[in-house]
Design a protein around this ligand. Structure first.
Ligand code: GLU
Length: 493
């Protein structure tokens, strides 16, 4: 069957908009994207929103925004801004494709590959209990499978509600395919019973829509999460019944937490939106997640998307679960962050300062200098907040812990002398050496030394006796700001 599939690569990411995009979904999207790029093919974004109760517009908006943030641009699907269809194979939202599914369901009913089933939930439950008690697999055994279509249609006309079920009884064989990640996979057909294609309200189920859409959207390769592997049997049955060529499948391994359980948000952010808010860079997220189940041929750990596209090779996809190591992830982010030009990094940290209402100098030279100082201390963008906070005059306060140092007998003389020396300094800023020289002069003039000398100055500069290193901060501060701080501290002496 697979020989009929087009050689022109078309892949898709098919999120259900029932929540946020998490790292697992992002990785599935990324592998599809890379495979398309590597093979000069197309990447399609299809929205699987047939679960009306759980699908929301907000979720769709969020998933689309996260994919845009990650730069995983698609060729067909919904427009990233308007969410309207773009591309020749739409609609791309399953909720708008009902008529299409109906048509294929009708064809399958006509051909006898599916039938209307009028079993009630209670009847199905009773069958299930009985089968389990007898040690049989709990498959539905519908008395309606042999009804003629005419009879079933009459029954429907008379007001009865029925689902459309796929008929499996005659399919006695193993379904075998070569998974691109896991190698040969073999499913005996009796693993599943007659399954639903259309619910009684006409709503199609995932397995059915997925096959119809993958076929009509000319999808050649399906990379998706391992949890869909059992669905592949049902889907292969539908492909066969519809005489559609079978695409290639690759089921991507699970992402595990450090304790080898399924990744959960309890141990830290797994939602792309949250990672963005914490100051992870899109490039670092992609770099880290591509390595959860794939390895770079040169063993590289840090690389960009162009490198990924160049080197992406599905033979390097790993079938075993990958552990999400948050410490390593942070390190990968730090590597990407530190590789950014300062001007770009400065722009990226602005939303973090804005969130904290921090105002910092507008001078690009100062910004550049400050990042040279702070960049080595940053792993995520949010780290900039605490690093820069001492430089923000508006958030300067004298903390309670500073009280003790302000009570010492020598403190007033130390701060007064320090302030005078600052004021007498010929330039508006200070180098580390100039700062240390002033401190020495304060020592000579007041006789204060050790903590009696350093602590009051430290309190004046950062408002507390412990914290950031002064020799790092001082070269980034102005005379005006330091004098104002000395005065605020003196007022509390
Ligand atoms: N909507 C499914 C999901 O979000 C997609 C499964 C598939 O890719 O076939 O898991």
């Amino acid at each position: 069957m697979s020989s009929q599939i087009s050689p022109h690569v078309r892949v898709r990411f098919a999120p259900s908009p029932t929540g946020y995009l998490h790292v697992g979904g992002a990785r599935t999207a990324l592998y599809n994207y890379l495979f398309a790029k590597k093979n000069g093919g197309e990447f399609i974004l299809r929205i699987e929103d047939t679960d009306e109760a759980r699908s929301t517009q907000e979720s769709l908006r969020g998933v689309v925004d996260d994919l845009v943030w990650l730069n995983l641009n698609w060729n067909e699907g919904v427009d990233p801004v308007t969410l309207k269809d773009v591309g020749p194979n739409g609609p791309y939202r399953q909720s708008e494709r009902q008529a299409i599914y109906k048509k294929y369901a009708d064809q399958m009913l006509q051909a006898g590959a599916a039938y209307y089933c009028f079993l009630t939930d209670a009847e199905i439950e009773a069958q299930r209990a009985e089968a389990l008690a007898a040690g049989r697999s709990p498959h539905v055994n519908s008395p309606y499978q042999d009804w003629s279509l005419e009879k079933a249609l009459e029954h429907l006309k008379a007001g009865n509600k029925g689902v459309v079920r796929f008929k499996t009884k005659h399919l006695k064989k193993d379904y075998v395919f070569t998974d691109l990640v896991r190698g040969e996979v073999r499913f005996p057909s009796d693993m599943v019973g007659d399954f639903v294609l259309l619910r009684s309200d006409g709503m199609p189920v995932y397995n059915f829509c997925c096959v119809v859409d993958d076929h009509l959207m000319k999808i050649t390769h399906v990379f998706r999460a391992e949890e869909h592997l059992p669905n592949t049997l049902r889907q292969m049955m539908i492909y066969e019944a519809c005489k559609f060529p079978l695409p290639e499948f690759g089921h991507i391994s699970l992402i595990l937490d450090e304790d080898r359980q399924k990744l959960s948000k309890r141990k830290g952010a797994v939602a792309c939106g949250q990672l963005k808010d914490e100051g992870y860079l899109a490039s670092a997220v992609l770099n880290y997640i591509v390595l959860l189940g794939w390895s770079h041929p040169e063993g590289k750990e840090i690389f960009d998307v162009a490198d990924m596209i160049k080197n992406f090779d599905i033979s390097r996809l790993n079938a075993s679960g990958a552990v999400f190591d948050r410490v390593k992830f942070k390190w990968v982010n730090a590597m990407h962050l530190r590789a950014l030009p300062n001007s770009e990094l400065w722009n990226l940290i602005q939303p973090f300062f804005a969130r904290e209402k921090m105002e910092l100098p507008q001078d690009p030279a100062w910004q550049d200098k400050s990042l040279n100082v702070f960049k080595p201390y940053m792993e995520i963008l949010a780290d900039a907040i605490e690093l820069y906070r001492p430089l923000n005059d508006k958030s300067y306060v004298i903390h309670d812990e500073a009280e003790e140092a302000l009570k010492w007998e020598s403190t007033k003389a130390v701060l007064t002398t320090w302030k005078e020396l600052l004021a007498a300094h010929p330039t508006e800023t200070f180098t580390e050496e100039e700062f240390l020289k002033i401190q020495d002069e304060v020592k000579n003039k007041t006789g204060a030394k050790g903590k009696n000398l350093f602590m009051p100055i430290r309190v004046a500069v950062i408002g507390k006796p412990h914290g950031a290193e002064l020799k790092i901060l001082i070269p980034l501060m102005t005379k005006k700001s330091l004098i104002a701080r000395a005065e605020t501290a003196l007022a509390k002496v």
